[in-house]
Design a protein around this ligand. Sequence first.
Ligand SMILES: Nc1ncnc2c1ncn2[C@@H]1O[C@H](COP(=O)(O)OP(=O)(O)O)[C@@H](O)[C@H]1O
Ligand SMILES: [Mg+2]
Length: 259
Amino acid sequence: MNSNKVVLSAKDISITFGALKAVTNFNLEIKENELVGLIGPNGAGKTTVFNIITGIYSPTSGTYHFNGELIKKTPTFKLVKKGLARTFQNIRLFKNMSVLDNVLVANNFNMKYGILSGIFRFPNYWREEKKAKEKALELLKIFDLDKYADTAAGNLPYGKQRKLEIARAMATNPKLLLLDEPAAGMNPTETEELMNTISLIRKRFNIAILLIEHDMKLVLGICEKLVVLDHGTTIASGNPMEVINNPRVVTAYLGEKED
Ligand SMILES: Nc1ncnc2c1ncn2[C@@H]1O[C@H](COP(=O)(O)OP(=O)(O)O)[C@@H](O)[C@H]1O
Ligand SMILES: [Mg+2]
């Protein structure tokens, strides 16, 4: 069951790019362990919401709290340390690095040795390195990627690359994970596998997830709540089945051309 603790609370967030109102008065509350879907036609402002939450864009107006703390002009790396992780709409892996190293890079945020220790390789450097490696392998195992640990990330099949991105995001120990269209470009089998992975990590790590996704089977299969954006405005939110049958939502999607 979900606890009542609010992990993310966004209030009246708006952002404009020149004359374009990309997001207008966006409100959202995510509780611990809740899985919320953020949907809407292309260009609706979904990724922009992620970019605001993760400190990449500064909103024109509005505020948000993460774990009860007011977040304002906080750089992305600090937000990662506070427990915010994301994946991107387009794959951003280090393709020539091994699968294991891709996860270890993310884990570096949590290393406890200092710079000098790192340079001179003091004993605690090796201890931390070993711990990090064990933790990364454990994560890969959960994602069923451990057998590819030494494979170059770019040589993995597409669906597994997307899974590796999620594994890497998990290496920073997030309390809230933001996934931007993780099923994009996947075949139905890969999508099904992804759906199971998302459910699994949420239960196992007890984290909240905000999911941007177009695949309705995936969204309806795992989300407890949906928020629908259209031209930057929230046109519906709440129970997934009610939301997708809402006439405004149906119209918004019918107006969208296939891409
Ligand atoms: N940095 C930016 N500068 C100008 N316009 C932007 C910028 N980022 C996003 N936009 C515009 O904001 C709108 C919403 O984009 P986006 O959030 O990427 O939509 P979605 O993820 O829902 O498809 C689009 O019209 C997009 O072109
Ligand atoms: Mg997007």
